[in-house]
Design a protein around this ligand. Structure first.
Ligand SMILES: Nc1ncnc2c1ncn2[C@@H]1O[C@H](COP(=O)(O)OP(=O)(O)OP(=O)(O)O)[C@@H](O)[C@H]1O
Ligand SMILES: [Mg+2]
Length: 302
């Protein structure tokens, strides 16, 4: 049933979460002491630097000893592989067609980053059916226990594809730039997450900041309106400064963190990676990750 009143959705979802908590208490344990963190990186406005952040943050996390898998969830227009100079033979479209398993399409990028490539130019993938979403998540379930972090690079906007990937993550990081249009679009995205999906918290990264102070100020503004109008808490992860070396790296299909480790953007990514590790996840499934995924698969997808 598709409700027209957003508050109905909130009630339905909180009901599900109660059932989830009850089931979770009985869930079998895998024996792992830590569960993989699933972090969606998203934005209202396009082109604010999500893919670049996911790739460099993933790289920096690998350098800190974490095993990181990146899912390119910009399904119809994936370009993470291009950014990393990879030319994968297979991608998620092969998984959806039943030709390959997720494990078979994983490719290795710089610094041992693991990548799940999306297809580019396949329009059907931008509007997945519920069955296809279930298929992707079920397959992900089989590889997720092998990594410390799964980073999801979503498409821009508030389509159901984007929202579903945000909802299945334990943490949502919203990327925003100092442009007024990026700030209003980030707020619009958070509003949908709060009202329609009952999300209680988001993390924020300000990209393309001229200075650290400007990044702080953008977060302050966003936090002010969110506090006033939404039932949502924002946590600031930090900023990435504008740096021409980023574009230089993209032209060479290499990560700025790899090519110019001392560049100011690279330093920002190192700092962000330390903060991500230090900050507690916003929601943790507390035990068996498979159970977490299956619950979400059954109940939360549109
Ligand atoms: N910190 C930065 N300094 C300088 N340029 C940057 C920085 N971050 C991103 N860019 C530029 O912004 C462009 C867009 O970045 P990116 O592709 O990561 O955005 P995106 O949010 O993933 O876009 P889309 O919404 O289309 O997926 C890059 O090609 C790069 O040139
Ligand atoms: Mg992108």
């Amino acid at each position: 049933m598709n409700s027209k009143n957003p508050s109905d959705n909130v009630i339905r979802l909180s009901d599900r979460m109660k059932r989830y908590d009850m089931k979770r208490a009985d869930a079998p344990r895998t024996g792992r002491t830590t569960v993989p963190r699933v972090i969606a990186v998203t934005s209202g406005k396009g082109g604010v630097g999500k893919t670049n952040i996911v790739a460099n943050l993933g790289y920096a996390l690998c350098r800190l000893g974490k095993k990181v898998l990146i899912l390119d969830a910009d399904l119809g227009l994936g370009n993470l592989d291009v950014l990393l100079g990879l030319a994968p033979k297979y991608n998620l479209s092969h998984v959806l067609m039943g030709e390959k398993s997720i494990r078979e399409i994983i490719v290795e990028g710089p610094g041992n980053l693991l990548i799940l490539p999306a297809a580019s130019g396949i329009q059907e993938l931008t509007q997945l059916t519920k069955q296809q979403k279930v298929q992707i998540l079920s397959e992900l379930d089989q590889v997720i226990d092998r990594v410390d972090l799964l980073l999801i690079d979503t498409a821009a906007g508030i389509s159901s594809n984007v929202m579903d990937f945000n909802v299945i993550a334990q943490e949502i990081v919203v990327v925003v730039s100092p442009e007024p249009t990026a700030i209003t679009d980030a707020y619009a995205l958070m509003k949908v997450l709060a009202l329609k999906y009952a999300e209680k918290s988001c993390k924020v990264i300000v990209n393309l900041a001229g200075t650290t102070q400007q990044g702080n100020e953008v977060f302050r503004q966003l936090n002010l309106v969110t506090k006033r109008f939404l039932d949502m808490t924002l946590d600031y992860v930090g900023s990435v400064l504008f740096d021409a070396n980023v574009t230089q790296g993209i032209k060479q299909q290499k990560l700025v963190s790899d090519l110019f480790p001392d560049a100011r953007a690279s330093k920002c990514f190192q700092e962000l990676a330390r903060k991500v590790i230090a900050q507690l996840p916003t929601q943790m499934p507390n035990g068996d990750s498979n159970f977490f995924w299956h619950h979400l698969i059954e109940n939360n997808l549109s």
